[in-house]
Every structure is written in C-alpha cells, then in structure tokens.
Design a protein around this ligand. Structure first.
Ligand code: 13P
Length: 248
C-alpha cells in the first residue's frame, strides 16, 4: 500500500511573516485530518523557522535543492548535511527549473542524489518532458533517459519520483488524467526494471498546475500516488483542500 505523498514546492516565494501567516491557517485546517504524508519545501531562508513552527505536527520539511559536496569553498551553496541540520527530511532534486535556468544536467542531478542519500535525506526526484519533446513523440524516451542517468547507482529507499511535464508547470495546463496515468505507469515499469518488485511500493507523484479543482481526479489514477504543487500550495486554504483530496 502506497501512502499518499502531497508536497508543496514554494519555489522563490514567501518571507518569514508570510510563512507564519500561512501556517497559522494551514495547521488547524489539516491537523489530524489526513492520512497523507504532507511535505512543505520553503526556500532555504525559511527552513530553520519552518522547522520550529511545524514541530509536533505531521508536516515534513523538505528543501528545494542541494549541492553535492559535503563542505568547502563553494560560495552560495548548501550541503546535504546542512539541510539535515535544519530538520529537513527530504530534498527536491532535478526540478525542471533547475535544469532549465541553472544548467543542471542528469549527471549533476545524479551526484546530488548520491550525496543527499549519503546524508540520510529522502529524495523527490523530478523528471518530465518539454512540450516540444511531447509533440515529437519523445516523452517516454526522455523519461527513460532521465531515470537511467539520474538514478544510476541509487538504491530505492526513501525515493519519490515526481513526474512534472514541463509544459504543465505554472501554465494552468494540467496533464489529462489519461496522460498522467500513462506516464506514471511507464515510469513504474522503468523502476521495476531497475529495482524489481520493490518499485511497486515507490510513490510516483504528479506536478504541473495541480489545483483544488483537479486534485480528486488526478489522485483517482492508479499510479498517481501524490502531487508536487507549486502555485496552489502558496495559499493555505487551497493547499489544505489538496491535502484533503477526496478518494474515489
Ligand atoms: P505549478 O503547480 O505552479 O504548476 O508548479 C508545479 C511545480 O513545478 C512543482 O514543483
């Protein structure tokens, strides 16, 4: 049985006071109301205060990125151990915005996963095709390559795969339930090839314009085990409704 995994990626949003306002509303709305793993990934600057605020709740803290070296002269970077130190249990790695704007390759993504696992962090590993790749019929090829290279030499404990079609991110264009299920089922088959039967227990979550309006139908797909939410996770009422999705 896979436990639903509902994660918020706040990206470069929220100050300290905005975060406090969020949790003041969000925690009472969700406390003891959900069986899902609820994960929140604020920007680095808010990890420490977030960790204090969520103490005693079932909210899990995640970071949005990490560097692969343990320490040293890497100005501006954050190590896996530093994330553990702030109370993070998970880290998002390979988000398409990192790949697109910061030149992250599959090889860099792989190194980040290796270093983070060594520090004991769970991984939310993002993959997904661009519109151009989808229209050229290359979706499966892209997903296969990202999985093969990103997960090279990685064992599957505390590993969550996030399928985020780039054309659906921040565009209001969600993948249809058929498109999501098709991609997730393909991803699970690749994971079974890599890891055997244990892959049937791994969470594969969907990201890209998830909203309170489409969450129930997405979660009804057999291989959609959760979601990674950007824009709609910034408002407490909206993210609380997503966490409280209706099981069909
Ligand atoms: P949106 O939900 O804003 O489309 O963002 C999705 C995403 O990139 C989550 O990581």
């Amino acid at each position: 049985m896979r436990k639903p995994f509902i994660a918020a990626n706040w990206k470069m949003n929220k100050t300290l006071s905005e975060m406090k306002d969020f949790f003041t509303v969000f925690i009472p709305l969700t406390v003891n109301k959900s069986n899902a793993d609820i994960v929140i990934a604020p920007p680095f600057t808010l990890l420490n205060p977030a960790s204090e605020i969520i103490k005693g709740t079932k909210i899990i803290l995640a970071a949005q990125d990490v560097f692969y070296e343990e320490k040293g002269a890497y100005t501006g970077e954050i190590s896996p151990l530093m994330l553990v130190d702030t109370g993070c249990q998970y880290v998002i790695i390979g988000h398409s915005e990192r790949r697109q704007y910061f030149g992250e390759t599959d090889e860099i993504v792989n190194k980040k996963i290796i270093a983070s696992k060594k520090a004991g962090l769970g991984i939310i590993f993002c993959i997904g095709e661009s519109l151009q790749e989808r229209e050229a019929g290359r979706t499966f090829e892209v997903l296969q390559k990202e999985i093969q290279k990103g997960l090279n030499e990685i064992e599957p404990s505390k590993l969550v795969i996030a399928y985020e079609p780039i054309w659906a991110i921040g565009t209001g264009k969600t993948a249809t339930t058929e498109q999501a299920q098709e991609a997730h089922s393909f991803i699970r088959k690749q994971l079974i090839k890599l890891y055997g039967n244990i892959a049937s227990e791994l969470c594969i979550i969907y990201g890209g314009s998830v909203t309170p309006e489409n969450i129930d139908s997405l979660m009804a797909c057999e291989d959609v085990d959760g979601v990674l939410v950007g824009g709609a996770s910034l408002k407490p009422e909206s993210f609380a409704r997503i966490v409280d999705f209706k099981q069909s």
